[in-house]
Design a protein around this ligand. Structure first.
Ligand code: UDP
Length: 411
């Protein structure tokens, strides 16, 4: 049987796969433990689901533990998430207490057994407290996936007490790094899996069937945003942009999303979106189950223009997902989105509903320019945002943190 990793050769070339095998060989048998807050929903879970089997194929003993918590914990961690991304959120002593209590409770259940422990995002950051003094040689890495460019100062001081006890940290974009953090900071952009159901090629019939299922007209242009219902993704701003476009161009808007088990605000935001959408027949708000990968794939392929009009964004996997399908993407000029969208070349960066509408109208009226952007987007993603590159970065970081003092690493 063809090894799963070899299936990527046709997409990324032989050299990339050979390099991965060479980098992984000295790490064979090492335990790579990942810990995050949710198994479904959101970009972190999306990447871990796809990356762990590849790590295992490379001979690493890769595992994934998920935090458990009650509503109070997720309410606090969502507030932390919003505050790190710059929302003026009130955080009090009780919130810190809830956060620590649940981290300590989880530490009793989740043993930090990995040779390399990747702890994703703020929710489990305090697990580092329980690092066993006997586990010498173990490396703990804090992987921050969110936009930490302007964090709530009080909250960041609190979190930094934990983060500084890690052996290294990883951020998605240069502006998220922390000037005073006394541990190495690595930059790794997230990535998409070209062979997953979310991104693999689809037959035209499969795409058509999805449109039919939701009553979307395949004959008229489709504007799309795929996102959790989260205010930072600005779904209401997308509706405003769509209404401006609709005044001059016949088109449809699809807002497709679901929730994440660690995001308690989803239902509230969905209600706001439904309210803003009203009963307009060309405006489709789709609530999707967590495993709707093929549906999202089909919607992205059917779209004429894809939005990711975020106001804050750690990376925005949905941008690369749409670009990989040859779609021009209009994204918020924030966080990791400008890493992906080369403004005017693979899509447009915008800062307002008016800007989004202006660019969308241009793309609808200039299909050749839109196609050309889409073609460039595919190459931009192939070069920079595929899973194999992310895996390669993680392997390099494992080598680097194992030999923290070395200036040269011989493999
Ligand atoms: N996603 C999904 N179902 C949804 C909404 C989003 O499968 O209803 C996926 C989306 O395709 C992407 C990921 O979840 O792969 C979201 O990652 P992103 O980095 O865009 O945003 P996050 O949710 O992590 O803030």
């Amino acid at each position: 049987m063809e090894a799963a990793l070899d299936a990527y050769r046709v997409v990324v070339g032989d050299r990339t796969i050979d390099e991965l095998r060479a980098l992984a060989a000295p790490l064979r048998g090492r335990r790579v433990q990942n810990i995050n807050a949710t198994r479904v929903g959101g970009g972190v879970a999306e990447i871990l689901h796809r990356m762990l089997p590849l790590m295992r194929e490379l001979g690493l003993d890769a595992s994934w533990d998920v935090l458990e918590g009650a509503d109070e914990f997720y309410r606090v961690t969502k507030a932390f998430h919003n505050a790190i991304q710059g929302d003026p959120v009130e955080i009090g002593p009780f919130d810190y207490e809830v956060f620590l209590r649940w981290n300590r409770k989880n530490a009793e259940r989740i043993d930090l057994h990995g040779d390399f422990v990747f702890i994703h995002d703020p929710q489990p950051a305090a697990l580092v407290e329980r690092r066993a003094p006997s586990a010498r040689g173990q490396r703990l890495i804090w992987r921050c996936h969110i936009d930490a460019s302007h964090p709530h100062r009080g909250l960041w001081s609190f979190l930094e007490r934990f983060v500084r006890r890690y052996d290294a940290s990883i951020f998605s974009a240069p502006q998220f790094t922390q000037p005073r953090l006394p541990v190495p900071q690595f930059l790794v952009a997230p990535a998409i899996d070209p062979l997953s159901d979310k991104n693999r090629p689809l037959e035209a019939d499969e795409v058509r069937a999805v449109l039919e299922r939701f009553g979307i007209d395949p004959a008229r242009p489709i504007l799309l945003q795929v996102s959790r219902f989260d205010r930072f993704k600005d779904p209401v701003g997308v509706i405003q942009a769509y209404r401006m476009v609709k005044a001059t161009n016949d088109c449809q808007l699809v807002l497709a999303g679901g929730g994440a088990s660690d995001d308690p605000e989803g239902a509230e935001v969905l209600a706001e979106v439904r309210d803003a959408a009203g009963n307009e027949p060309d405006l489709h708000v789709l609530e999707l189950p967590p495993d709707a990968h093929l549906t999202i794939n089909a919607l992205q392929r059917a779209a004429t223009v894809v939005f990711q009009k975020s106001l804050r964004e750690g990376f925005g996997l949905t941008v690369s997902e749409a670009m990989w399908k040859g779609r021009p993407v209009i994204g918020g000029a924030t966080g990791g989105i400008p890493l992906q969208i080369l403004d005017g070349l693979t899509g447009y960066l915008v800062s307002s509903p008016e800007g989004a509408a202006f660019r969308a109208r241009y793309l609808l009226n200039h299909p050749e320019a839109a196609n050309e952007m889409g073609r460039r987007g595919i190459e931009q993603v192939r070069q920079n945002f595929l899973l194999t590159r992310n895996l390669c970065d993680y392997l390099l970081i494992m080598h680097a943190v194992t030999r923290a003092e070395a200036t040269t690493i011989r493999l």
